[in-house]
Write a protein that binds this ligand. Structure first.
Ligand code: ATP
Ligand code: MG
Length: 228
């Protein structure tokens, strides 16, 4: 089987806070699109959670940054369904909505960085996710996956090293993919912005223009005024 980007190829679903989006999200998303022959990768910015730890930038701004980052890149698409849905952004609800839209036979891949994958047991009703999609784990620097150490026997029963399984089956397999290791995080970017530094080369230029000087990423209004 060739892993071409056919219309019926798997769809990659890559959720995140994207506060802001950066090359550590974008490069792995593009590599997975190409290496796995996906129809497309949908980037899904989550809604603003109603509790502590909420993103600095509001949902519409995070969406706009993601759109600016991918606007000229075939294969990468931004999907705003999580922020259109009221309440917390549960991945299970998102996968159910894709399943309803694309039918039971279409392959769906839930893409997770290895840090997110390691936190999976804490997610709302995570066990059922594999009924709705495959899980593709993209390695992230500092978050090594020890074989068999994660999710115990679920991992052992569901893991595959054959990418063709992701095309052949609609859901149910866990697949790990090595991607270019970029040690970039939104947290670091927010810290740099907060001290008035440049984030050029960590994120695409259209995003740089949106975040540098943005009041969302300064802890005091006085500092953003000082930069004008
Ligand atoms: P924060 O520091 O605010 O947590 P982040 O950089 O971790 O931000 P998120 O929006 O939390 O970005 O992550 C969304 C998804 O992207 C997660 O699955 C995460 O594992 C993955 N991801 C983020 N940064 C990288 C990276 N540098 N390499 C690989 N995957 C990444
Ligand atoms: Mg994170």
């Amino acid at each position: 089987m060739s892993l071409g980007h056919s219309e019926l190829a798997p769809i990659g679903l890559f959720g995140g806070t994207f506060d802001p989006i950066h090359h550590g999200h974008l490069r792995p998303a593009l590599e997975l699109y190409e290496i796995l022959g996906l129809a497309e990768v949908r980037l899904l910015p989550c809604a603003d959670p109603p509790h502590r730890g909420r993103p600095l930038a509001p949902a519409p701004f995070r969406l706009e940054m993601a759109q600016a980052a991918v606007h000229d890149q075939p294969g990468l698409v931004v999907d705003d369904r999580e922020m259109r849905r009221p309440g917390p952004s549960y991945t299970r609800d998102t996968l159910e909505s894709f399943r309803a839209e694309f039918g039971e036979h279409r392959s769906l891949l839930l893409i997770l960085g290895s840090d997110a994958f390691l936190g999976l047991p804490k997610w709302h009703r995570w066990e059922g996710l594999l009924e709705l999609a495959h899980i593709v784990v993209a390695h992230r620097p500092g978050w090594a996956l020890k074989p068999g150490a994660v999710l115990g026997d679920v991992m052992a029963r569901r893991e595959t090293d054959n990418a063709e399984d992701l095309h052949r089956l609609p859901a149910g397999r866990i697949y790990r993919q090595q991607v270019t290791q970029l040690e970039i995080s939104s947290t670091t970017i927010r810290e740099i912005l907060d001290r008035g530094g440049s984030v050029r080369y960590l994120t695409p230029d259209p995003v740089v223009r949106m975040v540098e000087g943005s009041p969302h990423y300064f802890s005091t209004p006085a500092r953003s005024v000082a930069r004008v």
